[in-house]
Design a binder for this molecule. Structure first.
Ligand SMILES: *Cc1c(COP(=O)(O)O)cnc(C)c1O
Length: 403
């Protein structure tokens, strides 16, 4: 095969992704460059992962230093970077102990196993069922796919893992059906990301938490997307006055180096003993070093306060667009996780925006998802808004609906 025949090389890959017709070669801060040197403002952040922007120097220098020393040794040995990152995560969250893995799906998989183990070993019940919610997204492994509340990702994978039940999200009535004798835990996103950028209603989440407490069910927050400052606090649950028993993290934790984590209270975490769960790569020294550098930078520079301010500004600007563009139905989100529900397929706007040098995501078919790095600036948000406006202006002109 000829080296420079990209189309043929792409054919060597399983076609599991609907990729944009764009080849990315370089990134710095909020910008990416393609293979022809064209510059793009990246408001996808590698899907809420590169929260400190692309190739942040503070993380890069630490990773390079770690690579010089050691990059893998297995979990048969003590790993200082793991201990340090676990200590930081437990200092800044409700949790007491951490298990490290490589992705969000693996973190949720471990949390589901922990919930079942806790029910059997500590509570000494037979309960196994985990309640999740419609439109939720928890990952692509067989169990996390079964937990996910979106049918399109499950097609043709039957039989799915049993032991999951789905209830409607933000629905008070549905909470009456939460508990059965088989139920051991609830797994929920504090803000649904992939499902359309839908924040949990605060009083609903509080009621959910109260029912869990009364009935001795574990409350598991999937903060894979919302964690690590994305919503304006280090973890989204901090804004709700509700504390979980277990929380999962991944995306932003390592600034793009693959690392996932399950954080739990000591009472719950003790259900996992030696040999009950494990991974070869999880908690790798490079990944944990990236996590330490990311978290330290965020704390030392109070990134969360800036994120809150920038998030308010972005949300105001999006609301203003809505006043002008009838194609926009609703703007909602938290911090720098913002969604715009549209009357037209969101991917049309994503494709047009790319032509203007702006990268965006969808969340479901009709929601535009805006995920700038947390290190973005007011100037970059202005650049984004003006380019998005020119795309929407064109769409509204075609529809003859401009206000
Ligand atoms: C992305 C995501 C996952 C899955 O993470 P992977 O690293 O892709 O396995 C799980 N839960 C939520 C809320 C996510 O946004």
């Amino acid at each position: 095969m000829s080296d420079n025949n990209l189309a043929n090389q792409e054919e060597s890959l399983m076609q599991t992704y609907q990729r944009f017709p764009l080849t990315v070669e370089k990134g710095k801060g909020s910008y990416l460059w393609d293979d022809r040197g064209k510059k793009y403002l990246d408001f996808t952040s590698g899907i809420a992962t590169c929260n400190l922007g692309h190739v942040p120097d503070v993380v890069k220098s630490q990773i390079i230093a770690q690579i010089e020393e050691l990059w893998h040794c297995s979990n048969l040995f003590h790993i200082p970077a793991q201990q340090k990152l676990a200590q930081l995560l437990t200092t800044y969250s409700f949790g007491d102990q951490v298990f490290f893995c490589n992705s969000g799906a693996e973190a949720n998989e471990a949390a589901i196993k922990l919930a079942r183990k806790y029910a059997k070993k500590v509570k000494e019940t037979h309960a196994y069922e985990v309640v999740t919610f419609s439109q939720s997204f928890h990952g692509r492994t067989l169990a996390t796919l079964s937990a996910t509340g979106q049918n399109h990702v499950k097609e043709d994978y039957a039989p799915l893992a049993s032991g999951f039940r789905h209830l409607p999200y933000n629905d008070f009535e549905a909470l009456n059906n939460l508990v059965t004798p088989d139920t051991c835990a609830v797994l929920v996103e504090v803000v649904q990301g992939e499902g359309g950028v839908i924040p949990a209603d605060q009083s609903w989440l509080k009621q959910l938490a109260a029912i869990c407490k009364e009935n001795n069910l574990l409350l598991i927050f999937d903060e894979v997307q919302t964690g690590m400052g994305r919503t304006g606090t280090l973890f989204a649950y901090e804004q709700y006055g509700v504390t979980p028993d277990v929380m999962t993290l991944a995306k932003g934790l390592g600034s793009g180096i693959p690392v996932g984590a399950v954080i739990a209270t000591e009472e719950v975490a003790k259900a996992f003993g030696p040999g009950t769960h494990g991974t070869t790569f999880g908690g790798n020294p490079i990944a944990c070093t990236a996590g330490i550098a990311t978290l330290n930078y965020m704390i030392e520079n109070d990134v969360c306060s800036t994120t809150t301010e920038l998030g308010e500004y972005l949300s105001q600007q999006l609301q203003q667009l809505k006043e002008q563009c009838p194609v926009i139905e609703k703007v909602q989100g938290k911090g720098l996780l913002q969604g715009m529900a549209l009357k037209i397929p969101a991917k049309d706007i994503v494709n047009k925006a790319r032509g203007q040098g702006v990268l965006l995501l969808t969340a479901g078919s009709h929601v535009l998802r805006v995920l700038p790095p947390l290190t973005t600036t007011y100037e970059e948000i202005d650049e984004f808004i003006s380019k998005l406006y020119s795309v929407l202006f064109q769409v509204e002109t075609e529809r003859g609906t401009l206000r």
